[in-house]
Design a protein around this ligand. Sequence first.
Ligand SMILES: [Ca+2]
Ligand SMILES: [Ca+2]
Length: 125
Amino acid sequence: MYESMTRDLAPLSLSILAIVIVLFISFSAPADPTEADQEIPGVEAGPDQTVALGETVTFDGSLSTDNMGIVSWQWSLVYGGAPVTFGGEMALFTFEMTGIYEVTLVVTDAAGNSAEDTFRVIVTF
Ligand SMILES: [Ca+2]
Ligand SMILES: [Ca+2]
């Protein structure tokens, strides 16, 4: 009598064990894989550039790196007294005014970690 009851209960115990394992796995896995990325990107805005008035400058952030990949490149500078921002791993900008411009590049990965670097553009006659 006792032996047959034990045998009947065995499959039920296995099912409960399987459910417990499944629950354990789902609770221990991060809800969002991007939350696990704590590594900030390595940002590289490129070297300073000296250009002639009216010349188009290439802003090149392609040497920036990240363990999970960069999703956003934002360039900013003050031009003619006003802030100018634009996006893109590479961007073109034509300077119609002489001066020394400090350009900031902010790169961001999918988890929202960001880093910034600057370079100068010297625009001469
Ligand atoms: Ca990262
Ligand atoms: Ca740099």
